[in-house]
Write a protein that binds this ligand. Sequence first.
Ligand code: ARG
Length: 269
Amino acid sequence: MISKKVKKLMLTGLAVVMTAAFVAGCGNDSKPAAQKKLVVGTNATFVPFEFKNDKTSDYDGFDIELIRAIGKKMNRDVELKNVSFDALIPALTTKDIDVAASGMTITKARSEKVLFSSPYYENALAIIYKDGTTINSLEDLKGLTLAAQLGTTGADLAHKTEGGTVKEFDHSNEALLELKNGGVQAAVIDLPIAQYYSTVHKDENVKVFTYPNTKEYLGLAIGKDNKELQTEINKAIADLKASGEFNTLYKKWFNTDAPADMPVVLEFK
Ligand code: ARG
């Protein structure tokens, strides 16, 4: 027989345990959504937007600093995952990542599969080539071997270029390495990447030709059914713009002020 006193003690103990469990449970369940990690996919081979910093071994670049600033505004820790560029949209669809911050061009075709944030960079495509080849017009591209990164707007353009052979690479730095090694005569890549590369690798004597009529905008990609996250991200971007933080970041990486006339929403006809 258990004495009344022991029984009472046991019940009190049980109550304490249950209360503790309840409180702990609340701690988890009622944790505001804002505390959840923001899982961000990137293809960190795209200097100066995203790359692995040799010195710190950490992710670095404009997109990385931008998404971290956005995470801070949203009160969410940012966890970065390095993914092949052409695997980013599938990873959003399977919810392996919440956001892709990867210099991604906002295109009509991609907009059918994912949502995009407000544009944050006005981009164009370029041809980067070695001094010795002459490229002054699209005519000059005929018959050249071209490198491009798989799944990019640059690769699409390379395929549309008449008479050229296209070599595609998983990572954009591999396309640039192929150019350096003489495996191709030119690479089709985003203009800011080409400009940055030509400034940093002066010894390689590369030249940049801006591809005519290729104006496009870069945005952060978000899962198609995650409108709420899109709204939050856009609010964070607007706040960062209003406070001047966006421009400070832009200036740090691109040495110039952010254009004042970037659209807030990109519509496709
Ligand atoms: N802007 C181009 C596109 O969306 C290329 C982006 C490549 N990004 C990267 N992180 N490698 O197709």
